[in-house]
Ligand binder design. Structure first.
Ligand code: SF4
Ligand code: SF4
Length: 275
């Protein structure tokens, strides 16, 4: 597929499906005339783990990262907030691209790692119709057909996709939850909870430690300690809390005294708001 905007529909219908053992030939390096051209005027949707890795790599707070480097466009049809990398307003370049290449290469987002592979999953996967990879061919990219042949599995391993898949699993489950098919819109307050828990992890940490949060929920002491400094642990916890708050699942346990007083308390899901 080339020169045509890919949609979920066209991918599922038209793209040749690749197995982990299928091979392709692709090379990306400074000698190509297209070097870094792909790092401009492009929509890069960030996952929560992308934000976590990038803000850590830059040594800044998640709130500062989101303010400085991202946009969160919102349309009426959208059910949940999304975060994209903010390209320079005039040059349209990614904030991290330099003449030497990507300045955050070791922590570059999932989408940048995956290229030229895409991944698609049918809405109702079955053994005969399951997730698959496919090749993305952009006209501006001259890396196709060059270099050595590489298998899909090997490419994903070389790009360090495993950690992103592992840390992205809970977020993926959250996004694919049946709740979103029911057509119910989130209130602005729940939208903000979602944004905070998924993307503004340092704000979520303040929410946990600087409000009544830990008075309301039973959280193992060792885990509480881990949540103070371990961003990966905090992100998993945030996903758990969102399932409780948005879907009413029993992923969090209220303290017994809170359960007793619950009828007169404000809802646990929104208690202790933080700015
Ligand atoms: S994060 Fe790096 S690889 Fe991705 S678009 Fe920006 S400069 Fe390019
Ligand atoms: S356009 Fe393709 S080959 Fe060129 S730098 Fe980007 S990914 Fe690499």
């Amino acid at each position: 597929m080339s020169g045509e905007a890919l949609t979920q529909e066209t991918i599922l219908r038209d793209c040749p499906r690749m197995t982990p053992d299928d091979c392709f030939t692709f090379e990306c390096n400074r000698s190509l005339d297209c070097f870094t051209r792909c790092c401009a005027d492009v929509v890069i949707v960030l996952t929560p783990y992308d934000v976590l890795r990038l803000k850590k790599a830059l040594g800044i707070d998640s709130s500062e990262f989101l303010d400085r480097y991202t946009l969160s466009p919102f349309t009426e049809e959208q059910k949940i907030p999304t975060v994209i990398l903010r390209m320079h307003s005039e040059t349209k370049k990614c904030p991290f691209v330099t003449d030497q290449g990507c300045s955050v290469y070791a922590d570059r987002p999932w989408a940048c790692r995956m290229y030229p592979l895409g991944v698609a999953e049918p809405k109702n996967p079955s053994p005969a119709d399951h997730a698959f990879h496919f090749l993305v061919r952009e006209d501006l990219c001259h890396g196709h057909g060059r270099g050595q042949s590489c298998g899909v599995r090997q490419w994903l391993a070389d790009q360090g996709i495993d950690a992103y898949e592992m840390m992205g699993a809970s977020f993926r489950d959250l996004m694919l939850h049946d709740f979103w098919d029911q057509g119910e819109a989130l209130t602005p307050q729940k939208m903000d909870m979602y944004y905070m828990a998924c993307f503004d992890l340092d704000r979520f940490r303040r929410f946990v430690f600087e409000t009544r949060f830990l008075d309301l929920f039973q959280v193992d002491e060792a885990r509480v300690e881990a949540l103070r400094s371990d961003d990966e642990e905090l992100l998993e916890f945030a996903m758990q809390w969102l399932r409780f708050s948005l879907f009413g699942e029993k992923t969090m346990k209220a303290r017994p005294d809170v359960v007793r007083a619950r009828r007169t308390e404000q809802p646990l899901s929104t208690a202790g708001g933080v700015s």
